[in-house]
Design a binder for this molecule. Structure first.
Ligand SMILES: [Fe+2]
Length: 426
């Protein structure tokens, strides 16, 4: 590692300067530090409780580099267990999801119940008197959930999930409150991208790239009778702790009057009924927010929830300094009209899907950046758009400004142990 933490992020926003050292996108030693200082300390998204509805239902995930099992226990609570046998470290579960009464390690046959207790092992009597089953239950990280969204944390010293989420929790509520029973729909998208994880984090709601990177989608909207230039600007919000949100009025996401052409006539009545229900439950202001405003939520370090053309839950698991595995799901009301569900899924696939309008273009950009940054002559990457006016207008109303990206980098720098570079020290 040729540089110290002080030279990783140059934050002089008052002077309109915000730069990130490109070493942090290509140095494997910095990546190893990120594993310890960010992924092993943060609350990371594991899954949604609806994915494991009954006792014995489970999904296997890799979270921050840790293979885990999210499982509904016999007492109905959702647990996250390390997928590692206490005998010799083998993974006790090797299928992505299912239903079981026990996890049996295929290596030597140790068997654990769905609560992680060791309930059987061949030849137990030869272990001697000091061996206890209690000491050999599956280990677990800290686990907490907010409105059905399950997170884990490997560090006992990290604040509670509620404190970690802070103001961002309200944005999870805006998804959870859309129906009495929100469920992750079966199936997921999963793909590898040859890019540094932080570029994916920045891309999660970078407004500046949309007009150019996603020109094909904007043309599609125009061809569908929707004028994307009518897209109204919204807000970019630094929610604290590295989390951020953007709120905007998209040309596709909400069945409001000006985009009526995009929404089938036959659905208008059902949508009006739903809007009336939201108003009755949450009041006019919150119902308007839920029904008319699109939003992207970025939870540091690697979860995005985009609520517009459908609700996307996406996380990206770093494999190395230049590779991530992305997994994406969609969440929807358990009960909804067949035509609305079909439209929701079509929107999800055509925009967020791995062969949709957005994702292939974004992947191409992320991978091209990773290759471009091999040129070490390019020492600084610029994230200063809108920095000069950040202090006077913290809720930036230009979609293309980058306050939400600077929020990511400030948290990153703090976690990594770096300090602020001042203008005078450059
Ligand atoms: Fe994009």
């Amino acid at each position: 590692m040729g540089i110290g933490t002080d030279t990783w992020v140059d934050d002089a926003a008052d002077d309109g300067i915000f730069k990130v050292n490109t070493e942090v996108f290509r140095d494997p030693e910095i990546f190893a530090l990120e594993r310890q200082r960010i992924f092993d300390r943060s609350w990371l998204y594991v899954g949604h409780e609806s994915e494991v509805e009954s006792p014995g239902d489970f999904v296997c995930r890799s979270v921050g580099g840790h293979p885990v099992i999210m499982v509904r226990g016999k007492d109905e609570s959702v647990r996250v267990l390390y997928n590692t046998c206490l005998h010799q470290g083998n993974q006790v579960c090797r299928v992505p999801s299912g239903h079981t009464s026990a996890f049996q390690c295929f290596f030597h046959g140790w068997t654990y119940d769905v609560d992680g207790k060791l309930v059987g092992l061949p030849g137990e009597s030869s272990y001697g008197g000091r061996f206890t089953r209690q000491e050999h239950g599956l280990r677990a990280p800290r686990v907490a959930s907010h409105r059905g969204f399950v997170f884990m944390c490997c560090d006992p010293g990290t604040e509670s999930l509620a404190d970690y989420l802070g103001a961002a929790a309200a944005y999870l509520d805006l998804v959870a409150d859309q129906a009495e029973d929100m469920v992750v729909l079966p199936g997921s998208h999963r793909y590898t991208t040859h890019a540094n994880w932080k570029m994916a984090t920045m891309n999660a709601h970078d407004g500046y790239h949309v007009a150019t990177t996603h020109a094909t989608y904007l043309k599609y909207l125009r061809d569908s009778g929707v004028d994307p230039s009518q897209r109204r600007l919204g807000k970019r919000l630094d929610l604290g702790n590295g989390h951020s949100a953007s709120e905007f009025f998209g040309a596709w996401g909400r069945p409001v009057a000006r985009w009526a052409a995009y929404w089938p006539e036959a659905l208008q009545e059902q949508l009006a009924t739903k809007r009336a229900e939201l108003t009755a439950t949450f009041g006019e202001d919150r119902a308007r927010l839920m029904a008319e405003v699109d939003r992207n939520l970025l939870l540091f370090p690697n979860l995005v929830i985009n609520d517009h053309s459908a609700v996307l839950i996406r996380t990206w698991e770093p494999q190395s300094v230049d590779e991530i595995v992305v997994t994406a799901w969609t969440i929807a009301p358990r009960q909804e009209a067949e035509e609305i569900r079909a439209l929701r899924l079509r929107n999800y696939l055509t925009f967020f899907g791995p062969a949709g309008f957005a994702t292939p273009d974004d992947i191409e950009a992320l991978e091209c950046v990773q290759r471009g940054l091999r040129n070490q002559a390019m020492q600084w990457l610029d994230v200063s758009k809108g920095a000069a006016t950040e202090a006077s207008a913290p809720e930036q109303d230009d979609n293309a400004d980058e306050i939400q990206l600077r929020a990511i980098w400030r948290r990153w720098r703090l976690d990594m142990g770096g300090s602020l570079l001042t203008a005078g020290s450059r």
